[in-house]
Design a protein around this ligand. Structure first.
Ligand code: ZN
Length: 132
């Protein structure tokens, strides 16, 4: 009986060694799943997510799992980027407006709320009208 148990444990640890293990994606999926399970309407989705997370952790196709993690990282990165860009646009939008010189395409930052103004390109000296 004990020997059988040891065999079983050995097999189990061997199995674990081949497994992909828990990465960020699995962790996120599991946590999201746990939260969703606590809600009434989304609990099936939560269970599915937790199941997916567990399945990922025990999966032996490490390459594929790694690609999934990379995909998640890419999505998170582009989300972060777009949030940053929006923040930049909003922050810049409150005080400054960016104009592009029609002659040399130089970007020019002009304070907002000055109505119609003549902008002089600091690079090539071209004057053009704009509304700030
Ligand atoms: Zn210019």
């Amino acid at each position: 009986m004990i020997k059988l148990k040891n065999n079983f444990l050995n097999k189990l640890t061997e199995n674990f060694r081949d497994c992909y293990g828990m990465d960020r994606l699995s962790k996120y999926a599991f946590l999201t799943g746990a939260v969703l399970t606590a809600t009434y309407y989304l609990s099936p989705l939560g269970i599915a997510l937790m199941g997916y997370s567990t399945w990922r952790s025990f999966s032996k196709n490490k390459y594929k799992r790694y690609r999934e993690l990379e995909a998640l990282n890419r999505v998170l990165f582009s989300l972060k980027e777009s949030v940053n860009n929006k923040r930049l646009a909003l922050g810049g939008g409150s005080q400054y407006k960016i104009f592009k010189c029609p002659n040399c395409s130089q970007k020019l930052r002009v304070p907002r709320r000055h109505g119609r103004i003549v902008i002089t390109c600091k690079k090539c000296g071209t004057e053009f009208k704009g509304k700030s």
